[in-house]
Design a binder for this molecule. Sequence first.
Ligand code: PLP
Length: 361
Amino acid sequence: MSRVFNFSAGPSTLPEDVLKRAQAELLDWNNCGMSPMEVGHRSHVFSEMTERCEATLRELLNIPSHYHVLFLSGGATSQFAMVPMNLLRDSGSAAYLKTGHWSKKAGDEATRYCDIHQAGQLIEENGYKRLPREDEIDCPNDMAYLYFTDNETIDGVEFKKPPICGNVPLVSDMTSNFLSRPIDVDKFGVIFASSQKNFGHAGVTVVIVRDDLVGDPLAFTPTMYNYKTHADAGSKYNTPPTYAWYFASLMFDWIKEQGGVEAMEKKSKAKINTLYHAVDHSDFYLNPVQQCSRSTLNVPFTLSDPSLDSLFIEEAKQHNLCNLKGHRSVGGMRASVYLAMTEQGVNDLVDFMIDFEKRNG
Ligand SMILES: *Cc1c(COP(=O)(O)O)cnc(C)c1O
């Protein structure tokens, strides 16, 4: 067997143990004589899984009982529309922090439904990027909500703590750093994340939404875009993405076995520090983000000589280090080090980077 180290930003690498468990359960799941893919979503065996799945997630993140946990299809991108449709109510405006690719995309979608108040943006200073400081964020208290992207997957910036906004509900896209650290759910109105970065393959999106924000959507909201539809139906209003939901439950079990989100945070920091250390202790590699705003999951970096980019990517691949090419909008390289990436993978990458620099620097 020759599995590679997959540094893709998503769909991304999965733990071998979880893949093996899925393999073992593929033909006969819980003695039902069917694979999880073939089982009805209202069957006993499936409902047992979904109940346990939600309970485990609630335990991992300490989610209070006045929050719904929804398992939806449509990806994180559907939330860019669902959030304004469900949270705007009588308000004509919402505040957005534009800190990179994904928050810009979310804000652009919201302009179809309301006015956008720019509450702050990614700042460029001395050639480095950073997130706005607390005193640079401006969120008037008549906004329907304040939207931000906790970890900008492409730009490599991550909030160390959520922005403060008084009584305005906070909405956070945590797709690329979900379950990588403990969070205080009580501070948020809505948290959402799609599965293919940190808890599975593509197909299911977790939405954690406070009770009082559910049930009064804009009049034209399609039934499937109304949070209440899914809250009332236990996320089974229509056929849910059954296998992705099942796979997410395996991932939540795995995270729990690893020691929960506290352990994930510790491991993530150790892995990422090794990588940043390698980048910072070399003039050959550059990271464009100020220390205070750096992501714990996605590390964009460039070579001081971009003509070596394709050689770097090609040779890395020969060392089983795959999908290191940067996003087409920023170029260079990007290493995504999600929960399932092993320390061995990061160490191999760093060894390769040092060797590559020796031969080409
Ligand atoms: C990948 C990603 C998205 C898009 O997710 P889809 O499930 O493909 O819609 C949105 N936000 C962030 C932060 C992401 O990393």
